[in-house]
Design a protein around this ligand. Sequence first.
Ligand code: PHE
Length: 452
Amino acid sequence: KRPSDLKIEGDSYSTDNWTNTTDQILSHVGRRLYLDENHPLAITRKLIESQFPFPVFGNYSEKNPVVTTAQNFDVLGFPADHPGRSRTDTYYVNDKTVLRTHTSAHQQAYFQQINRNEQSRPEEVGYTVIADVYRRDAIDRSHYPVFHQMEGAMLWKRPVNDPLESSAETAANVKADLAKIPSHNVPVEDPNPTIHPQRNPLQAEHHSEEEVEAIAAHLKRSLERMVIKIFTEASKAAAASSGGDLEPEPLKVRWVEAYFPFTSPSWELEVFWQGDWLEILGCGVIKQDLLINSDVPHRIGWAFGLGIERIAMLLFNIPDIRLFWSRDERFLSQFRAGEITRFEPFSKHPACYKDVAFWLPPSAVTGGSSAAGGGVPFHENDVMEIVRGIGGDLVEDVSLIDEFTHPRTQRKSMCYRINYRSLERTLTNEEANYMHDKVRQQLVDDFGVELR
Ligand code: PHE
C-alpha cells in the first residue's frame, strides 16, 4: 500500500514503516504562499520582516520542508521521548527524515551561516526565516496540517577566550544596542524575574546573570515593538472597517514564563485582543550548547518563533484557516501588498454534518502513542488523517462528541462529528455521503473498528 519512495521538491526518499506522509499532505509542498506578494501570508511576513531590517538581519525563506530528525529534534536538545517525535504528531518521510514541524529546524544552519559570513558580512548577526511547517493535528477552523512559521535570532560576539570572564563587556555591548531601539508606551505586564532557578534557569556554566539580563531586555523590547506594530495595524483596520463605531482598542501585552528545549530562560509573549489574552510567540536565550555545536561558540543571543496564520487571521479577519490555500479569486482579489484590509466573506455555504460512531477493537490502546501491552494503538490524529485524506479541504471540523466504556465488556465506543463544508460552493448531500461512507470504511480497514 505504501509507495517505495516519495518524491518531494525533486528529490526521492525511500519509505519505511515510519512513513506516514500522504500525497494529500505533499500536494501542499511548493506553493510558497509567503512569496505571493498580494497574499495575506506574504503581507504579514513583510510586516514582521520590516521590524528586523538589513543589515543586521537577513530575511530568508526555506522552500524544502524535508529535514532530518537530527535537525528537527536532536540538535535542538529534544529528549528521545519527547511527544513531538511521535508518529501521531509528526509527518515522517522515513525513520530519519520528517517534514519540519517548526522553523527551528534551521537554527543550526543559520548560526553556521553567520559564522561563515563573519568576514564578508560582519554586521549581519541576525536573521528571520519563514517556511511552511507540518503537524498532524485536529481539524477545525484554526488548525491545518500545513501552516507557516517565522523565526528570528540575533547573536552577539563575546570578546575574549573565556566568555564568562568577559561577560560584563558583552552585557555592555548588548545594552548599547538596546539603547538604539526606541522604547514604546504600551503597558507591559512582566511579573516574573528574568531568571528563576527552577522554572526558568540561567545556563550558569556558560552565562552570567548580567549578560542574560541584558539579552532578555533586548529580546523583550524588540519583540514588544514587533507585536505592537502588528496589532496597531490590526486595530486600525478593525476600527476603519467598523465605520467609526469601534475605537482602536488600547493594546496591552504580557510576558509569561515558558519552556523550550533549545532556550533558557524562555518566555511567551501574549497580547490582549478583543477580550482575550492571545499567545503570539515563543522565545528565549539560545542554549549555549546549540551555539557551540553550530560553529559560533563565542557568541550569545536570543531567538523567537511564531505562527503566521494566527496573526494573519486577526489582521485580515480571516475566519477559516483553509482560506489561505484558496485559489478562488473572490478570496485572492481582496488583498494587496502592503495593505491591511478586512476580509469580506463572499458567502457561507451550508454545512453538512455527519456522525460516525464505532466500537474500538478490544485490543486498542488509546491515549499514548506507542502500543503498550501489544494492543493496536489508536490515536485521534489518525482519525483526522483518514478524514483529511478523503475529504481534504471539504472538511471544516472534526470533533469527538461522545465517548464511553461499556461497563461489562470494557469496550470503548466513540462518536465523531464531521462537518463537511466547502468554502467555495454548496456541497450536495450525495457528495457528503460519498465521503462519509469512505471514512467509515477506512476506519474499519485501518483500525478494525465495529461501526454502530
Ligand atoms: N519552535 C518553537 C515552536 O514551534 C518556537 C520557538 C522558536 C521558541 C525559537 C523559542 C525560540 O513552538
